[in-house]
Design a protein around this ligand. Structure first.
Ligand code: NOJ
Length: 665
């Protein structure tokens, strides 16, 4: 990542005696105030445009060695202004602006322990983290984090419960006051006054993932615990050696959904790129030997309908070449699928000729995406890691999809929550080791993303979502139409999602009651609405060839962007995104709709004024409906300019996709 402007620090020193130090955002609208109350509890509050949004909220850590939740005093405060612009290796935006004020409050506990709280205030939100400088105390066992968000009103929260396996749940909305369960982070809030807030964390490296729960009117943090050998939660949540800093706790504060999805606070809170030359990391669209297994027409393990055979892969590679798709994933190429007890990441089944396929892929200019399913045995994976990545690298493989089918995984520390500290350490080791071998990661069953891709852009995409596969086999019939209209404002806000869009055949002979709740145009719209720099077109080549004209959009749509914006949307009802292809004048617009058919208005004001473009519009036909007629669509071309406003209809479960390119002169 190229830093365009270096930091512009303005150091302002507050007198140590200032008992309520304060900083405001660069535009002056968001203000954060700090105090230590009469009991020595550190607290902060936040206002926006002079209205208090977060009332005095407590900070602190309960530790086995020392209770650090009260008994503090301020010893020093300093604040500075940062203005920076940096370039992403890939992303929704090429250039990201980071402007904020930072305030460091140095605290001394009555026991003598020193703890700083570092705050940042941006135009679109706030963040803070705890920092323990080097001192006499050498280590801390954190048993609870008392950080809270005491919102001034009873906002509506979109959430999934914290025990949702791999975050693969349906998001629901309920007032904060009615949240009786502990929730996964993030949580998206529809504020009582019409604004939005997004509560999450950034830069999670050596700490348990945060969960959130309501207690005494405040949203509080529940850290994922360590487990004992019988899988019972221990008091310990994090073991830390000083000096250390916790992840950032962050809240995006937005006037509307457009501002919320445009916020880049989470990325800005992560460190700059740690990979010296990241030019080998390439966004790619891919197809794969995958959907067949979920639809049960192929198997992962060897047998009469084995998916990952040399012949099948050759067919997929040639199809990819013919249609300009950059890569092909193959699952079930390696030993271990019969029992899931021990997978080998260097030994293929004997009907998979890795040497032949890697040479073929190379000659076709198509990448192979490797697959390392661990079955949740992270320790076994770590034992094989260097050999596995050397093997893939030797076969020209630069991206691997990993998998951990089990929310409690076997780490080097025994059975642990994948989002506990031990799991977080494992995922970090994977990313850092993969980088050494020039391998990008698509992590399935991950810990919720927190923006690490700024530092490690080889962490390209992750699951952590109820993805398309549920529409193949879920006993509840498949995800409701509203699901994909909620994700862009919840899960996708935390980082790229390997949702696997692009189903073109809706019949499911194995599970006739289960299906994709979508029209074909909805499946196209997802390529723009759900961002991923590794974007899978999940269906079988033969199904794509049934609708080659619609498949043309998948061939055409990029997955790396210059700029991105929400055109319009209501969480749970519909959304329309527009994105400009990186390094080009082409724009792509995608929309997805929930159950109720609707007319939408799309102003093309994002286009360059005075220029003429050709828009290829892929839209639901008059009779389209996800239940009765998902294949009814129309494709038309129209000459457009920035002054035009498109009026289009999205069917029930429908969608739209538009490619807008400068007209040939
Ligand atoms: C679950 C993953 O989400 C899916 O994509 C994969 O095919 C299976 N595990 C097998 O690894």
């Amino acid at each position: 990542m190229k830093r365009i402007f270096y930091l512009l620090p303005f150091l302002l020193l507050f007198a140590a005696c200032n008992q309520q130090p304060q900083i405001s955002s660069p535009n002056g609208q968001v203000t954060l105030t700090f105090r230590v109350n009469k009991s020595g509890v550190p607290q902060y509050s936040v206002s926006k445009n002079n209205t208090t949004l977060i009332l005095w909220s407590s900070l602190g850590l309960a530790c086995a060695e020392q209770d650090l939740t009260s008994g503090f005093e301020i010893t020093d405060t300093e604040s500075q202004f940062f203005s920076d612009k940096w370039e992403t290796v890939w992303g929704e935006e090429r250039v990201i602006v980071d402007r904020h004020y930072e305030m460091r409050v140095a605290l001394q506990h009555q026991s003598g322990v020193r703890m700083d709280v570092l705050f940042r205030v941006f135009d679109d939100g706030i963040a803070f983290r705890y920092i323990f400088p080097e001192q006499e105390m050498r280590s801390l066992t954190i048993t609870d984090e008392i950080s809270e968000y005491r919102f001034a009103a009873d906002h509506a929260a979109w959430s999934i419960p914290w025990r949702t396996e791999y975050y693969e749940g349906l998001w629901t909305k309920a007032p904060l006051s009615e949240q009786t369960d502990t929730l996964c982070s993030p949580v998206t809030l529809e504020l009582a006054d019409g604004g939005y807030a997004f509560v999450h964390e950034a830069a999670l490296y050596d700490y348990p993932a945060q969960n959130l729960y309501m207690k005494d009117g405040a949203l509080r943090i529940y850290l994922t615990p360590w487990l004992d050998s019988t899988k019972q939660a221990l008091d310990a949540k994090a073991y830390e050696t000083l000096p250390f800093a916790t992840p950032w706790r962050m809240v995006i504060l937005a006037d509307d959904l457009r501002q919320m999805v445009a916020s880049r606070i989470m990325l800005n809170l992560n460190e700059p790129c740690a990979i010296e030359d990241p030019s080998w990391i390439k966004p790619m669209k891919f197809i794969g030997i995958w959907w067949g297994m979920h639809m049960k027409s192929m198997t992962w393990e060897q047998g009469p309908i084995h998916g990952a055979t040399t012949a099948n892969m050759e067919r997929y590679l040639r199809f990819a070449k013919e249609h300009g798709i950059q890569a092909v994933l193959a699952e079930g190429w390696n030993l271990g699928w019969e029992t899931w007890e021990h997978f080998s990441f260097t030994e293929p089944y004997d009907d998979w000729n890795m040497d032949y396929l890697s040479q073929l892929a190379d000659s076709l200019g198509v990448q192979i995406i490797g697959h390392n399913e661990t079955g949740g045995n992270a320790a076994d994976y770590e034992d094989q890691l260097e050999a596995a990545y050397a093997y893939h690298q030797a076969h020209g493989i630069h991206a691997i999809k990993t998998g951990y089918v089990s929310p409690i995984i076997r780490t080097v520390d025994g059975l642990q929550w994948n989002k506990g500290q031990s799991g977080v350490r494992h995922y970090r080791k994977i990313i850092e080791t993969a980088a050494k071998y020039h391998i990008a990661i698509d992590n399935h069953e991950p810990v919720m993303p927190t923006g690490l891709q700024r530092t490690w852009p080889n962490l390209m995409t992750q699951e952590g979502v109820r993805g398309q596969e549920w529409n193949a086999w879920s006993n509840d019939g498949g995800s409701p139409c509203s699901h994909v209209t909620i994700l862009p404002f919840t899960r996708v806000m935390a980082g790229p999602v390997d949702y696997t869009p692009g189903v073109f055949a809706f019949e499911n002979p194995v599970m006739p009651q289960t299906r994709v709740h979508a029209t074909l145009m909805n499946q196209l719209g997802l390529f723009v609405c759900i961002y991923s720099p590794l974007q899978m077109a999940c269906d079988l080549p033969e199904n794509y060839m049934k609708h080659p004209d619609a498949f043309h959009f998948i061939e055409d749509v990029p997955c790396n962007w210059e700029r991105s914006m929400l055109v319009d949307g209501v969480i749970g009802e519909y959304c329309i995104f527009a994105r400009q292809e990186r390094g080009s004048e082409n724009w792509y617009i995608g929309g997805v709709n929930a159950d109720e058919a609707r007319e939408v208005t799309i102003p093309l004001s994002m286009l360059t004024e005075g220029k003429t473009y050709v828009a290829t519009i892929y839209r639901d036909g008059e009779e389209a409906d996800w239940q009765t007629n998902p294949y009814d669509y129309e494709i038309e071309e129209q000459t457009v300019t920035a002054a035009d406003v498109l009026q289009l209809r999205m069917a029930s479960g429908g969608g739209l996709a538009i490619a807008v390119k400068p007209a040939a002169l």
